[in-house]
Structures are given as structure tokens and as C-alpha cells.
Design a protein around this ligand. Structure first.
Ligand SMILES: [Ca+2]
Length: 203
């Protein structure tokens, strides 16, 4: 009887050790570094502040480049907006320093949030839609995050198959109030990769 108990205890210790080793192996998988960047240049279908904006403080497209610099909700010189309060569909295009396989775009809306209707990323000379819809939740300031996700069999790809450095945002400026964008972040990777069965594959 004692031998049986000893054998059972031994088997229990072995299985617990195996679990710990497995967990450690999982923890060791290091995915490629994520690159988060703010826009360096921008253009738009219209702007309140013309096209100067050297200090990011004249509501030109350039005011939507760089890191967020508008802290509270409301009209602010440091965010881009168009020349009229309500004028239907308009767009803002942003350019980034590093080409990435795009995984996410984050848009900081600091006045009249909820106006974004479409987020596209440029693939050579063609735009690919990352997200399209009606953004109903309207806290202000608001950070709208849209993600790339595509199922390929058992694998979920979380980044585009092409590299990009350009994002285009389409807004419905008829959404109540001045619809202002403070900053837009492009997130992605320099390497294209995916996880399958706890294994990292780099393409
Ligand atoms: Ca800004």
C-alpha cells in the first residue's frame, strides 16, 4: 500500500513539473516588437486653418500630426477640423515615417466625436478598408481604435499582408458640433507574423 502511495506521489510531482515547464515554454515566445507611430504629415479635403500649421496650432491637417496635445473636450486650435460646422463627408489623410504591416489605427477625437465613418490604409496606390461603420459611443475626448483581423483557416491574421505608411479617415461632419481630430496613431510591425498552436511563424 505504502509503495502505491509513493508511486502516486511521484507521478503527481512529475506531472506538476511538466506543467510548469510547459508554462515556462509558452512564456518564452517573444513576438516581434510592435511599432506605434504618430503622423508626420497630413492633408485633408478641407480645413479651418489653411495648410500652414507649422506649430500644429491652427486647425490645419498638420494639427492632427504628432502626439496628442489636446487634453479636454471642445474646440481647440491644436486639432484639425473643416471650415464649416456641418458639411457632409470629408476626409483626412495622414502619412507616417515607417512602413509597417498594419494592425491597428487609433483616432483621438476631441470635439464632436462619433463622426468617423471609414478608416482606410494605402496598399501601393489602392485604399483598403480597415473599418467602416457608425461609431455610436460618444465619450469626449474619444479614442476610436480599429483593428485588422482576418481568418485564414485555423489562423487569425492580425496584420495586413502589405506594408503601408498612409491612413485615410472619412468623416460625416453632419454629426453634431465641430468634429475635430487631435492625433492619429498607426500601429503595426516591420515583420509579418502569426501564432498557431503556441508557435510563432514569421512569413
Ligand atoms: Ca493635435
Amino acid at each position: 500500500m505504502k509503495i502505491k502511495i509513493l508511486i502516486l506521489a511521484f507521478l503527481l510531482i512529475i506531472s506538476l513539473s511538466a506543467c510548469t515547464l510547459f508554462q515556462k515554454k509558452e512564456e518564452k515566445i517573444k513576438t516581434p516588437a510592435e511599432i506605434s507611430q504618430w503622423a508626420i504629415r497630413a492633408s485633408a479635403s478641407d480645413s479651418y486653418g489653411g495648410s500652414l500649421g507649422e506649430k500644429r496650432d491652427d486647425q490645419s491637417p498638420y494639427a492632427a500630426t504628432g502626439q496628442p496635445d489636446v487634453e479636454t473636450c471642445g474646440d481647440n486650435q491644436k486639432a484639425w477640423t473643416i471650415s464649416k460646422e456641418d458639411d457632409g463627408e470629408h476626409w483626412l489623410e495622414l502619412y507616417y515615417d515607417i512602413d509597417v504591416y498594419a494592425s491597428k489605427v487609433r483616432i483621438r477625437e476631441t470635439s464632436g466625436p462619433g463622426a468617423v465613418r471609414k478608416v482606410e490604409i494605402l496598399n501601393e496606390d489602392m485604399y483598403v478598408t480597415l473599418w467602416e461603420g457608425t461609431d455610436k459611443a460618444k465619450p469626449c475626448p474619444k479614442e476610436l481604435e480599429v483593428k485588422y483581423e482576418q481568418k485564414e483557416g485555423n489562423i487569425t491574421k492580425t496584420m495586413t499582408s502589405f506594408m503601408t505608411n498612409t491612413v485615410k479617415i472619412t468623416l460625416d461632419t453632419d454629426v453634431k458640433g465641430w468634429n475635430e481630430i487631435d492625433a492619429v496613431q498607426l500601429i503595426g510591425y516591420e515583420l509579418k507574423w502569426y501564432m498557431y498552436n503556441q508557435t510563432l511563424f514569421i512569413e
